[in-house]
Ligand binder design. Sequence first.
Ligand SMILES: *Cc1c(COP(=O)(O)O)cnc(C)c1O
Length: 430
Amino acid sequence: MKLYNLKDSHEQVSFSQAVKQGLGKQQGLFFPQDLPEFSRAEIDELLKLDFVSRSQRILSAFIGDEILTDQLAERVKNAFAFPAPVSTVEDDIASLELYHGPTLAFKDFGGRFMAQILAQIAGEQPVTILTATSGDTGAAVAHAFYGLNNVQVVILYPEGKISPLQEKLFCTLGGNIHTVAIQSDFDACQALVKQSFDDEELKQALHLNSANSINISRLLAQICYYFEAVAQIPAEKRDQLVISVPSGNFGNLTAGLLAKSMGLPVKRFIAATNINDTVPRYLAEGKWLPNQTIATLSNAMDVSQPNNWPRIEELFRRKDWALSELGNGVVDDKTTQDTMRELAAKGYISEPHAAVAYRILRDQLQDGEYGLFLGTAHPAKFKESVEETLGQTLPLPQELAERADMELLSHLLPADFATLRKFLMAKALK
Ligand SMILES: *Cc1c(COP(=O)(O)O)cnc(C)c1O
């Protein structure tokens, strides 16, 4: 598999290199040179397979020439060790629940697949994973790498801007997992990660490697559950499918669009955001004007400079699709809460991110269409806001209950690169 840098198409790398490097020169994103496609008959055959077998074929279509089929199959099996069920909410609307993995959010899929791939290609070379999280990536990455030999993980997150339980889930592990609360917002954390990758000396000393949604392995892994969704919906609805994706960094939506580019029948995607609405405003007005990031209930989507967007533009260009066909919508916190209550009244307990996606889907779904929204996190992961909104208590799933009483092991640092650099250098690999 060959990939090129979106900032300089002359920079071309293999899949292994792209996974290890994360970003290319000038912080450019890697994008696949070949976009594999399946015929409709092949898609129909794929849809008959179980999740793991089907995912092995999908991933093999991209990277099969670089990792032996049997080895890749084993990696996929290890990574995707939990289901992605479709749950009916209304006659014509269902939720794809992506939160049945170990850290209760969809990022388990990408995080675990990436960890498996890195273990496969890194061999004996020790590496440092450095990543920024607005909440869930951190937990997924931390748990995916926890205890792995030759890998240390450093995770930056915005102090006080992720839910307390979310913080407990990944800041209590210790061992090879180091967590740092940055006294600013997620965009600042992301900027610090980018600065670190621009620092050659630091990069060499630590064998730095990224693990957020910019890593191509995470993105490819996420393609697989869109196929799983289509496999579960009624066959006669397949051509009328509209999928609403609660979006922050737009990795999830990129993966969905890649699934469509492979031939998966999806009529339309909706980019659903909270009031951090850079993309919806861009689609409406044609101008890219990020505002200051605003804290919302759907905090994993509090991103005003979504870093996967260039890949979406590239895919539309390559496929000759019109951006005007990308559905979009914006939901504020009040509407999010109203929607969570409406869903609860229908018997479906949801959390703020899924509620944003459901709301826009419901408002935009046309007669005859079938709607699917992504449930990106378990409601209990956002226990405080769900309980406050619904006025009822939620039982904690076991994974969270066990961690809730443990001590936080995070370091607190200002949003200052020199300070972070010193902290990281002290962890340089011998
Ligand atoms: C990360 C996250 C999102 C946003 O996903 P992107 O791929 O960054 O657009 C949405 N919901 C939850 C719960 C998340 O953790």
